[in-house]
Design a protein around this ligand. Structure first.
Ligand code: 2RA
Length: 340
């Protein structure tokens, strides 16, 4: 016996990946519905070897449905997630709307799976931001061993994190650079993204940081440990899929880079690719379509007492969004919503 599952925002980058991953991982589904806004009504999406026609989210009654994966913007989530939750369906939400709500668990299963139990307060579980998810998977086993004091992270985030229009902008701008008269002006991004990098993701805050950077701080504290100090610089790069991060960590206890490497090799969700030679590390194009968070370039940082630096890369549409959401549903199924 399986679940009745809804995927909300099924025509977007993340919604499509949710359907792919539910099928790939053989999530126990009895019935599945793909929901979208009225504009996308009737659009066909794949679920394994089946094709689903999207239905209208606005009219949908979630009564009797077990789990709804939400992959739509915060404004629409604000309307439909509480509706689904009040109709008895557990919402796993990929927007940032509920992430910082103390009554909503924010979960990365490799880090804080047990927090899922707290879903009962609002019938909602939040999925973290892509850049946080992959980083905390790598930080958790190191934190357990040597207690993290401070993290300095710089991200290199792909355009799929912004959405389909941004992927088109990168593609068209890149082609346009080579054809006189067909140059494509920036529209989705404030500056040219082709052959460039943009140190700005999400809105600016009063202290000069961006909301994306703030999210990494607030979410790491909520998921992993509120005592961790973290500073981030989030950068958009001309890569279609796969977020990369250069992470520097200062620990309370001494930690040798070889031990850090061994710990990460054993850790759930991590694959270490770390040969100290040309090509002995991972790059984003190699992680597309994978589940793992890859870690490379693990080395001592001798400028602080107990410092380690590393490079980590993951498919932002998967571990950074859809995969993590499906893993949350798996934990929910095992711990709370048992079927059969
Ligand atoms: C990005 N944080 O890459 C986003 C996606 N969740 O912009």
């Amino acid at each position: 016996m399986g679940y009745r599952v809804a995927v909300v925002g099924a025509t977007g980058n993340v919604g499509k990946e949710m359907l792919n991953i539910l099928a790939e991982r053989e999530f126990p589904v009895d019935e599945i519905v793909a929901l979208a806004s009225r504009n996308s009504l009737g659009t066909e999406v794949s679920f394994g070897d089946k094709t689903l026609k999207t239905k209208d989210l606005a009219d949908f009654d979630f009564t009797g449905w077990d789990i709804a994966f939400f992959a739509i913007g915060s404004d629409a989530t604000k309307v439909y997630a509480p509706k689904a939750a009040s109709q008895g369906c557990v919402v796993i939400d990929n927007s940032s709307l509920y992430r910082y709500d103390p009554d909503v668990p924010l979960v990365v299963p490799e880090v804080n799976a047990a927090a899922v139990d707290g879903y009962t307060k609002r019938n909602i579980i939040a999925n973290p931001n892509c850049s946080t998810a992959q980083m905390v998977v790598a930080l958790k086993p190191l934190h357990d061993r040597a207690k993290i004091k401070r993290v300095v992270v710089a991200t290199y985030q792909s355009v799929s994190g912004t959405g389909k229009e941004a992927m088109d902008e990168l593609w068209n701008q890149t082609k346009g650079m080579f054809v006189p008269g067909q140059e494509v002006a920036p529209k989705v991004y404030p500056k040219q993204i082709a052959f460039n990098v943009i140190p700005h993701i999400d809105v600016f805050l009063d202290d000069g940081s961006t909301k994306e950077e703030w999210k990494m701080v607030a979410e790491t504290k909520k998921i992993l440990d509120k005592s961790i100090k973290l500073t981030a610089t989030c950068v958009r790069v001309p890569v279609f899929v796969g977020h990369s991060e250069a992470v520097n960590v200062e620990f309370e206890e001494p930690l040798d880079w070889q031990e850090a490497q061994d710990i990460l090799r054993e850790a759930p969700g991590i694959l270490v690719v770390d040969k100290r030679e040309a090509g002995g590390y991972i790059t984003p194009v190699e992680c597309v379509g994978d589940y793992a968070t890859y870690v490379s370039r693990i080395r001592q940082d001798s400028t602080v007492e107990n410092g380690i630096s590393f490079w980590c890369v993951s498919d932002n549409l998967r571990k950074g969004a859809a995969l993590n959401a499906v893993q949350i549903a798996e934990v929910l199924g095992n711990r709370c919503l048992k079927k059969g």
